[in-house]
Design a protein. Structure first.
Length: 131
C-alpha cells in the first residue's frame, strides 16, 4: 500500500488501506494520519470514521474519538427528512425519531440508556411518504 501511495499520494484507497494496516500494527498515530489523508482525498466509506474513532481512543484523544464516532453514526445512519426511525427494546416500541438528525442526537443517547443486561435493541427505518 505504501508503494501505491508513493506512486499516487492522492489515491484515497491506498491511504485508507495503509491507515488500516498501521492501525492493526499498533502504529496508531501513523494509522490516523493516513486515514485523515484518505478522507481529505475523497474516501467516502463510513468505516474510516469508525476506525479513526478507535485509533483516537487508543491514543487517548477522547475529543477526536467522539468526533470521529459521531461522524461515523451520521454517515452510517443518515436518512432523508421524510424517513423515521422506530426504536424497539425486546420487541416493544419505545421511541421514534424523524429525519436525518435522529442518527446522532436522540437515538444515540437513547441507545446509551438501553445498554446492559440481555436486552435486544432493534431499529426500523420507515418512509413517511404516502404510497
Amino acid at each position: 500500500f505504501d508503494k501505491a501511495r508513493k506512486k499516487n499520494p492522492k489515491y484515497p484507497n491506498a491511504q485508507f488501506k495503509l491507515g488500516m494496516s498501521y492501525g492493526f500494527l499498533d502504529k496508531r498515530r501513523d494509522g490516523a494520519l493516513h486515514l485523515q489523508e484518505a478522507l481529505r482525498y475523497g474516501y467516502a466509506d463510513h468505516d474510516v470514521y469508525k476506525t479513526l474513532g478507535y485509533l483516537y481512543k487508543e491514543l487517548g484523544q477522547r475529543g477526536k474519538a467522539l468526533e470521529a464516532f459521531k461522524a461515523f453514526f451520521e454517515k452510517r445512519f443518515a436518512v432523508p427528512p421524510d424517513y423515521a426511525a422506530l426504536l424497539f427494546k425486546n420487541g416493544e416500541l419505545i421511541d421514534a425519531f424523524k429525519g436525518g438528525h435522529f442518527s446522532v442526537g436522540g437515538l444515540v443517547d437513547r441507545l446509551k440508556s438501553l445498554v446492559g443486561g440481555s436486552t435486544h435493541v432493534s431499529m426500523l427505518i420507515a418512509t413517511l411518504q404516502a404510497c
